[in-house]
Write a protein that binds this ligand. Structure first.
Ligand code: FAD
Length: 460
């Protein structure tokens, strides 16, 4: 959480006298809460701080700005689709309290404030932070380990508890103060259409041309469809209430959590894994809330393999997030944390075919079709695709990672790079230190996880 004082010089209308809206704004103490890509009201520590501050200044008003973090790249089409849903839901819940949500979803807080300032200068600015289990280093940065098992063993304290949504009563704007002068684009529903902003490929220069193939191909129509593909393993909306409902269903309304370990290598359907990752990536669900619900399940039913395993996966997420923070740019470089240049061939033509799900390997092409049509891919599918890309096609893993980051509905750069680098043998896989990358025997894998070829038929 960060609180900033924003100097607030007198605001005047064009003739020098306070304008209707501006005088209303100047009369109150305005607190801007910037979402920084965290699209929820539940478990937002900085929002609690904003509310506490407002209560100390009677007559305060809150505005919420939907901004993205400084270092976040543009989101791809599937993530934008559910982001628009999450923002619409958040906006209507805030509007019920008279609190405006101004949408600057592809802009940083600095850029959004530059646009806002001519109309309104907030007195205070508070910024949300990414949802993590730990508010501060769970292992000291000096001793931060390279491998997950050491991370888990070295954890210095348990995860933190989530906060409830704050009481926002009385922090809204009266009808008289509601600023008619605000530009409509801040208040309109967010446009999830990527064609409206076709500047996505800001990744590795070598990959840009080859990546820029998608909109013309037969799958293209689906990107613009606000509904997900009916075959999708993630047919949900992206908003906070849907996220909480899915969490309850998985933990208490089905056998999902209990059977998680046994089912998690599945490929088809909604129930083989939690499907919480898209909500986590949007920040529409708090990871501390998930942890708390697993604890509650364990208190009721006792700890079992499924619930323990899901906790472990959430710690993997934590490991990659803190590892990225610890190592900065080195985390994302091609030579990875091991600083070892992997062997690859920069075959752009092969990469372009792969991007179109036309690489010639039916199993991999089916996975890529699913990815492009829905944005979701099972963990097993991701491992197969990445391993094949790295070991059989011998293409640069950073190209594949960038492609995933664009298409995944749950894209989180730290988790995506962490997993790709792991599979490329330059990251945190202990078996790869001094050795070669992990390789999947695809024929054997299909026999184990999709013997009826259900996935392949569905996506052929
Ligand atoms: C090449 C590759 C790229 C990936 N890119 C991403 C990404 O951009 N965003 C993303 O959220 N996950 C990524 N993953 C991890 C994993 O595949 C997804 O988190 C998982 O499939 C999401 O579905 P779920 O929520 O149903 O997972 P579940 O199996 O139900 O797991 C629950 C949660 O645990 C965490 N988790 C699970 N597996 C991993 C893992 N291997 N690494 C880190 N955290 C994990 C996620 O937060 C996930 O939502 C990637 C994996 C691979 C192999």
């Amino acid at each position: 959480m960060e609180e900033m004082l924003v100097p607030s010089p007198p605001i005047s209308g064009p003739d020098g006298a306070p304008s209707g809206y501006e005088s209303a704004a100047a009369a109150g103490f305005t607190i801007a809460f910037c979402l920084e890509g965290q699209l929820r009201l539940d478990d937002q520590p900085a929002l609690h701080d904003a509310v506490a501050l407002a209560r100390r200044h009677p007559g305060s008003r809150l505005i919420v700005l939907a901004t993205r973090p400084e270092d976040q790249r543009l989101r791809g089409p599937h993530q934008r689709r559910i982001e628009a849903q999450a923002l619409a839901s958040l906006r209507s819940r805030l509007a019920a309290q008279g609190i405006p949500l101004l949408a600057f979803p592809q802009q940083t807080t600095t850029a959004a404030l530059a646009e806002l300032r001519p109309l309104l200068r907030p007195d205070r600015l508070l910024q949300a932070q990414q949802s993590r289990l730990f508010g501060d280093w769970p292992v000291s940065p000096e001793r931060f380990p390279l491998v997950f098992s050491d991370f888990r063993r070295s954890l210095e304290r348990p995860p933190e508890a989530p906060l409830p949504p704050p009481d926002l009563t009385g922090l809204g704007w009266t009808a008289a103060a509601w600023p008619e002068a605000w530009p409509q684009e801040w208040l309109r529903p967010v446009d999830p259409d990527p064609a409206a902003d076709p500047g996505p490929f800001d990744g590795p220069a070598e990959a840009i041309d080859a990546l820029a193939v998608p909109l013309g191909d037969p799958l293209g129509e689906r990107y613009l469809d606000p509904q997900s593909d009916p075959r999708s393993a993630f047919p949900f909306r992206g908003d906070g209430p849907t996220a909480l409902a899915r969490l309850q269903h998985f933990c208490f309304g089905s056998d999902g959590l209990r059977l998680y370990k046994a089912r998690r290598n599945g490929l088809v359907g909604t129930e083989f894994s939690s499907k919480l990752s898209p909500f986590l990536a949007l920040g529409s669900l708090s990871v501390r809330r998930i942890w708390q619900e697993i604890q509650r399940y364990q208190a009721l039913h006792g700890a079992d393999e499924g619930s323990d395993w899901l906790k472990q996966e959430l710690l993997w997420r934590e490991f990659f997030l803190w590892s990225e923070q610890r190592h900065g740019a080195a985390f994302h470089r091609a030579s990875g944390l091991q600083n070892r240049q992997p062997a690859w061939v920069e075959n752009r033509e092969l990469f372009a075919r792969w991007c179109r799900a036309d690489g010639g390997h039916p199993l991999i092409d089916a996975q890529l079709r699913e990815l492009r049509a829905t944005g979701y891919l099972s963990n097993r599918g991701r491992q197969w695709v990445a391993s094949h890309f790295i070991n059989s096609l011998q293409l640069p893993w950073i190209w594949g990672a960038r492609f995933f980051e664009w298409w995944l509905i749950d894209a989180e750069p730290a988790l995506n790079t962490g997993n790709w680098a792991y599979l490329a043998g330059v990251g945190s896989d202990p078996r790869s230190f001094g050795g070669s990358p992990r390789r999947f025997d695809l024929e054997r894998q299909v026999g184990l996880y999709d013997p009826e070829q259900t996935h392949r038929q569905r996506w052929s």
